[in-house]
Design a protein around this ligand. Structure first.
Ligand code: DAH
Length: 349
């Protein structure tokens, strides 16, 4: 019998520790102290043995009952006083404002440019940042002694030189995409490639990593008017309706004829003068150099396995950071600031 008493006490202690609510506590009380509870069952058991033993057992059972009752009351008090762990929400307090991040202005410009060209039906392509010399130079009709191939102008990588395609480099311009795009698909081609380029330069208007966006359009009867119209459409949408462009003859190995594209200066509204006697300090002439462009050279078309007697095309490339420096409202006098990681500077935009 004493063993039963000890066992009940042991079980009760274990079960009590698992109780989490007053309701569960009430049920436990019924199981032990209820009319048909464990203690009453124990009392009803035949208490055999002599008077002394029976008295002793009775006392032990009473002791057990008292112990359980006290523990139940204590536990009940503990449950009632237990701190409420659910979070307290005071709806009258002013909210904590979250700091809003924003796109880096270069990413924002990339989005804008993509949208403008998408509206003309140009698809956006991505090509390699690590390229072979062949795609950046040879395929573009640039001879082995072209100054752009000098290591003052291009990052050369250690590693295997490909027998056919030459050394590996960090693509110094987006024009490397031209042959890859011609190999990817036959004309009609209408694509835009906005990508990182690398050249070892570091000053107010150069960073070793910068962006260009290159457009390539090849089809039957593609001519200069299409080229000028497309650049004009882009300029009016990106810079505003009041800006004018002009094409100025130039030389590139991979286009014939070739041009540089200029845009009217925003500071002096294309006049070239700050006042009647003082020249504009930004442009000096009313025009700012904007992009390189031209009709794709027949040799480049041939390299791209495109018949230059049937198809013609144009290509142009803009420096992205450069055009951002020319955009209204962005007064950027040092290009390096764009990649300085300075939140105070970037937050302005
Ligand atoms: N790749 C030239 C550069 O980085 C820019 C360029 C000029 C691209 C003329 C063209 C083009 O597509 O037709 O200086």
């Amino acid at each position: 019998m004493s063993q039963d008493i000890d066992e009940i006490q042991r079980l009760f202690n274990i079960e009590l520790q698992q109780i989490k609510s007053l309701q569960e506590l009430k049920s436990l009380e019924v199981v032990y102290l209820g009319r048909r509870g464990k203690i009453n069952l124990l009392l009803k058991k035949d208490l055999s043995g002599n008077q002394v033993d029976r008295k002793k057992l009775g006392n032990e059972i009473n002791e057990l009952k008292k112990n359980i009752s006290i523990k139940l009351v204590d536990y009940r008090n503990k449950l009632i006083k237990a701190p409420d762990t659910s979070p307290f929400i005071d709806p009258t307090l002013p909210g904590i404002s979250q700091k809003m991040g924003s796109l880096h202005i270069v990413s924002y410009a990339i989005e804008q440019i993509s949208k403008i060209f998408a509206s003309l039906g140009f698809i956006r392509m991505s090509y390699r940042e690590i390229e072979y010399e062949y795609f950046s130079f040879d395929s573009l009709n640039m001879p082995k002694n072209h100054p752009g191939r000098d290591d003052f102008e291009t990052f050369f990588l250690d590693g295997n030189t490909d027998k056919k395609y030459g050394k590996m480099i960090l693509s110094p311009h987006t024009s490397s995409c031209q042959i890859r795009e011609m190999w990817r698909t036959p004309p009609p081609i209408k694509m835009i490639n906005i990508a990182k380029c690398y050249r070892p330069n570091w000053d107010v208007s150069h960073t070793p990593m910068f962006h260009q966006f290159e457009s390539l359009c090849i089809d039957k009867r593609i001519n200069m008017t299409n080229l000028k119209g497309t650049i004009e459409f882009f300029v009016k949408n990106f810079f505003g309706k009041n800006r004018q462009i002009r094409l100025r003859p130039h030389h590139f190995q991979f286009t014939e004829p070739s041009f540089e594209v200029d845009i009217t200066c925003d500071i002096c509204s294309g006049t070239g003068f700050k006042s009647t006697s003082e020249k504009c300090r930004v442009c000096k002439s009313g025009w700012l150099e904007l992009a390189g462009a031209g009709m794709v050279h027949p040799k480049v078309l041939q390299e791209g396995k495109i018949d230059s007697k049937i198809f013609s095309g144009w290509a142009f490339a803009f420096g992205l950071e450069r055009i951002m420096m020319m955009k209204e409202g962005i007064k950027l006098d040092d290009m390096r600031l764009l990649y300085s990681g300075d939140i105070k500077f970037l937050e302005q935009f």
